[in-house]
Design a protein around this ligand. Structure first.
Ligand SMILES: C[S@@+](CC[C@H](N)C(=O)[O-])C[C@H]1O[C@@H](n2cnc3c(N)ncnc32)[C@H](O)[C@@H]1O
Length: 375
């Protein structure tokens, strides 16, 4: 495949699948790096002047006016179609490998998670109902979405997530060594060099790509990770075992877990904010406050798309994913004042702030909120 980290659970493309995946990657890189920047020119040189001509010389005043005008332009429509197609092609290319490999991956998952060898753990709840929206919407077009679970051995949601996610990230310009958890761990070791959490919680862990680095960075810590999908978590557990990492996975909602008060010294999430509603995010922040031990730290990281720092055009252009990539909460996240929400959840003014975290590999930075509970 195209990503650097290899392990036994990863779906392995054959030569033909690999070349198809590389083609999709090249197409995504071209669309992101070479074509997408042209959307600003389309707006400045065509859409805005045309709008002004028919609106007494004024520019669009809100997102809905600007969106409507932009979407009517044929060149922007072309980019939208190509970008959507590249996402569909990505899932198709990755899906060929995942489906061909699924029986082998199920067998390997069972072998890796045999009781006598296991390092971490998996706690699934047959009565758990994933949030309704995640059962209905295939977020970022992933076949079956995050929540689909076909049977008691199913690992497909995790396999799709990891293989598709690797290709997607690299298509967005991130390097094969990029690690969102690595960015947080690097920040913690710089700003809190003596910090050694006894218990860590990773919320919205998907395939566990961000949970494992905490087990590796803090080998004496007990690392727990939660998500809503059983097939996602089954894969994550097997993947962590394949990497020799001790992580305990649980099927729980970040809005209301069953861990005791003050149980964790470090609580993190990676790219979860943009996948949850305003209501769930506020409940998750309240849960973070409840679960943090005195002296504990939280760090919730996500994509840096905050609308407060963007022009109206950038806000609309970045919200492409809402309409065309099944990301219902992308814009709500971009609008949110998360530091104020943390304060409403219990953090004091000193104890909550927003950060720009440098990426480990690739351009730009991540957005993160840091919180500290007084000791
Ligand atoms: C973009 S993925 C996160 C990626 C992962 N943290 C990583 O770094 O690789 C978002 C994940 O959040 C999970 N999720 C969404 N709503 C959730 C909720 N209410 N509670 C727990 N997990 C949730 C989804 O199932 C999905 O696996």
């Amino acid at each position: 495949m195209v990503h650097d980290l290899q392990h036994r659970m990863l779906a392995r493309p054959d030569a033909e699948e690999s070349s198809r995946q590389r083609y999709v990657l090249a197409m995504k890189r071209y669309l992101t790096g070479r074509i997408r920047p042209g959307n600003a020119l389309i707006y400045e040189q065509a859409v805005r002047p045309d709008f002004a001509a028919s609106h007494q010389g004024r520019s669009p005043e809100d997102r809905s006016e600007l969106r409507e005008a932009l979407l009517a332009h044929p060149q922007y429509q072309t980019w939208c179609s190509l970008n959507r197609s590249s996402q569909e092609m990505m899932w198709q290319a990755v899906g060929e490998t995942v489906m061909r490999e699924s029986e082998r991956m199920r067998r390997d998952a069972a072998a890796l998670c045999e009781d006598r060898a296991v390092l971490g753990g998996l706690r699934l709840d047959p009565a758990f109902q994933p949030p309704e929206v995640l059962q209905r919407v295939n977020i970022h077009l992933q076949p079956g979405g995050y929540a689909r679970t076909l049977d008691a051995q199913d690992i497909l949601a995790g396999a799709f997530y990891e293989s598709g996610g690797n290709l997607y990230s690299m298509g967005r310009g991130m390097g094969g060594k990029d690690s969102k958890a690595g960015a947080v761990i690097a920040w913690l070791s710089r700003e809190h060099p003596g910090f050694r959490p006894k218990r860590v919680l990773d919320m919205g862990c998907s395939a566990g790509a961000s949970s494992v680095p905490y087990a590796q960075a803090f080998p004496d810590a007990e690392v727990h990770a939660i998500d809503i999908g059983a097939a996602m978590l089954r894969y994550a557990h097997a993947r962590a075992e394949a990497l020799g990492a001790r992580v305990f996975f649980h099927q729980l909602d970040c809005a209301a877990t069953d861990f005791p008060d003050g149980h964790f010294d470090l609580i993190v999430s990676h790219n979860l904010f943009h996948e949850i509603s305003d209501e769930t995010r506020r409940a998750m922040l309240a849960e973070t406050w409840r679960l943090l031990a005195p002296g504990g730290i939280c760090m919730h990281q996500d994509v840096a798309i905050q609308n407060a720092t963007r022009t109206l055009f950038e806000q609309v252009e970045r919200a492409w994913d809402v309409e065309f990539n099944n990301e219902p909460f992308w814009e709500a996240y971009a609008d949110a004042d998360i530091v104020s929400e943390m304060q409403a959840a219990g953090f004091d003014e000193e104890g909550a702030r927003a950060l720009a975290l440098p990426k480990i590999s690739g351009p730009g930075h991540w957005y993160a909120v840091y919180g500290h509970k007084p000791g």
